[in-house]
Design a protein around this ligand. Sequence first.
Ligand SMILES: *Cc1c(COP(=O)(O)O)cnc(C)c1O
Length: 351
Amino acid sequence: MASISQQNQAECREKAEYANVNWDELGFALTKTDYMYIMNFTLADDKFSQGNIIPFGNIQACPSSGILNYGQGLFEGLKAYRKEDEGILLFRPEENALRMKMGADRMCMPSPTVEQFIDAVKRTAVANKRWVPPHGKGSLYIRPLLMGTGQNLGLKPASEYTFLVYASPVGNYHKGELNFLVEDKVHRATPGGTGGVKAVTNYSPVYKPLTQAKAKGFSDVLFLDALTGSNIEEGSACNIFILKGNVISTPAADGTILPGITRKSIMELASGFGYQVEERVVPIKEVFDAEEVFCTGTAMVLKSVASITYQGKRIEYKSGAETVAQKLHATLTGIQSGAKEDKLGWTMAIA
Ligand SMILES: *Cc1c(COP(=O)(O)O)cnc(C)c1O
């Protein structure tokens, strides 16, 4: 009898500690969680007020707000992982905070400080702790938003801003192979534009070529530089790397490439493994004789590219076991989930 009641107690505890989610079925879609964080900025106060955790739900905005009319907004994305011992880790949140500051400067917005940003992310993750998937089953994707709110009909930066953080448990971003179609008409970013910051306006212009490529059976598009059309830049939401011999190359992040935190982390890990890592112009013709191609991003982490199609020609690459991509992926996810020792100080324990 004692053992049955102990078992019941354990089950009850488990119910309270985890949300009712089928953790094995998680993809990359919104699962509403319990709470979100919100903090406001007014020109009158000239600072962000004390932020609060509130129940997750819809928000109100003036029809003439800067975010709705002129797209004055930024987003971020980072993940919280559950360790085997149930502790929770964030991965390099200060990098997201710094990137938001950089983007806010470009978009003429005030930004939360690094401390305010990290505090908001931590509080959102801890408040939604029961939604952090069990170790090995995925992660809690955290989405900070910075938006021009208040009223704003004229062409000028908003007078009020809202910083909001919500979260959703996620699993695999991409199921199946990554097959890229090189897009040679539409450009993702232009020199002097906002492709180098996480502006909310970066993705919708990409939907058209992406939808067309998907209709032809591809999983993503690979964009070329707008000036010459002869160098690769990145996918619609991921950075790209090519491997040949001992050299791993990725397009330099000098304005038209989103400076990914996964990208930066992979460059550091690859250097540590003894690869020569080069950030430079990568001509499309080099892609033809690469041995491996892979892409990186918080949502997908790192994934091998199975093929790239350019002007009707399809090139296939090594993927799966015993690739460099596989080794980098295992190392990075090991560090992120606490399974591997974090010698670089990238993770932050929050619970
Ligand atoms: C967010 C994003 C990435 C990946 O950046 P991470 O910090 O690694 O998540 C790559 N490309 C674009 C266009 C992005 O918006």
